[in-house]
Write a protein that binds this ligand. Structure first.
Ligand SMILES: Cc1cc2nc3c(=O)[nH]c(=O)nc-3n(C[C@H](O)[C@H](O)[C@H](O)COP(=O)(O)O)c2cc1C
Length: 316
């Protein structure tokens, strides 16, 4: 059972923050499939403090939504504290602080993974968010700056001493970005170093990978990012189905949630990209994806997915 502060989650498998993907529809779908908690896309503390419309939209939630963490990023302790107050007004279960993003737009301002090289500033940010949020605060980090500087264990200990309720460790260095191998030993070393829960992250593509990460490292939970795209079944502990009907039914559910919560007509290209991820890995899938990408509007897209559900039912 995954517990963070006084919260208890139904599953140790949680959805990662994914800019451009972990929006409300996808989070709801992953929760239906069993995700223990879900995390928003990263939210700029300055965008929140200045109440920018595009930033506020990232905080949209729904009464049906289960445990949610709002993820904040920034490098200014005062603005991060202020943003934590505003985020907490949305009544999430937790606030997560991004100390792992390697994207230059984020790190050149000293935020994201760059904070692993400025632990004093990171400590001020964590303390400010903990003091002002009145909610459990988690910290998502990398292994360290590079292979020569694996600092996650002491960084996690610092986070714990500043009041973090859990840490999430993406077991790659900042320098690795998203390539190369993860090093599960770093997660194990963090687990040995702190008493707060540790959530492991990186390259979990199937339920067996998650079980292995927990067994190998002793971590309390596993955060899944890319492995959940087009594959929310992973949260149910299931392999991705092979049947076109089952796949298309999930894609249709995702599409219905997108149409309910997002201005889908304006996002057709993005919606097609999201749905195409479901239709991979079965015979004829390349052809199906090409047809999907060729649809001109939502009506055609909805029809194509509905036909896919029916085609197998009528042929079987
Ligand atoms: C498209 C994309 C967007 C991401 N956005 C965020 C983000 O907003 N905040 C964050 O902390 N990490 C972000 N990440 C990193 C993931 O949360 C995760 O740490 C990383 O992808 C490793 O896990 P995985 O191998 O399960 O995908 C993003 C990753 C991807 C691929």
């Amino acid at each position: 059972m995954l517990r963070i502060a006084d919260l208890e989650f139904s599953s140790p498998l949680v959805l990662a923050p994914l800019a451009g993907y972990s929006d409300l529809p996808f989070r709801l779908l992953c929760q239906r499939c069993g995700a223990g908690f879900v995390v928003t896309e990263m939210v700029s503390c300055h965008g929140l403090v200045y109440r920018q419309a595009n930033t506020l939209r990232l905080l949209d939630s729904d009464a049906d939504e289960g445990p949610l963490a709002i993820q904040l990023f920034g490098a200014d302790p005062v603005a991060m504290g202020e943003a934590a107050v505003l985020a907490a007004e949305r009544r999430p279960a937790m606030i997560d602080i991004n100390m792992g993003c390697p994207v230059r737009k984020v790190t050149r301002r000293g935020a994201g993974a760059a904070l692993m090289t400025t632990p004093q500033l990171a400590a001020e940010i964590i303390s400010a968010v903990v003091a002002r949020a009145a909610l459990p605060v988690t910290v998502k980090m990398r292994s360290g700056r590079d292979q020569g500087s694996i600092t996650a264990p002491e960084f996690a200990a610092m986070a714990e001493s500043c009041g973090a309720a859990a840490v999430i460790v993406h077991a790659r260095t900042w320098g690795q970005g998203f390539s190369g191998q993860i090093d599960p030993e770093v997660i194990a070393a963090v687990k040995r170093r702190v008493t707060i829960p540790v959530i492991g992250n990186g390259d979990v593509l199937c339920p067996e990978d998650a079980r292995k990460m927990m067994a190998d490292t002793g971590c309390d939970g596993v955060m899944i990012g890319r492995g959940a795209l087009g594959n929310p079944w992973i949260f149910a502990g299931q392999a991705k189905p092979q049947s076109l009907t089952e796949i298309a039914t999930m894609a249709a559910d995702h599409l219905a949630l997108i149409e309910r919560f997002l201005p889908a007509e304006r996002l057709v290209g993005h919606v097609k990209g999201q749905l195409a991820r479901y239709f991979k890995g079965f015979s004829g899938s390349a052809q199906f994806r090409a047809e999907l990408m060729a649809t001109a509007n939502l009506d055609q897209l909805r029809q194509l997915v509905a036909n896919a559900i029916d085609s197998e039912q009528t042929s079987s």
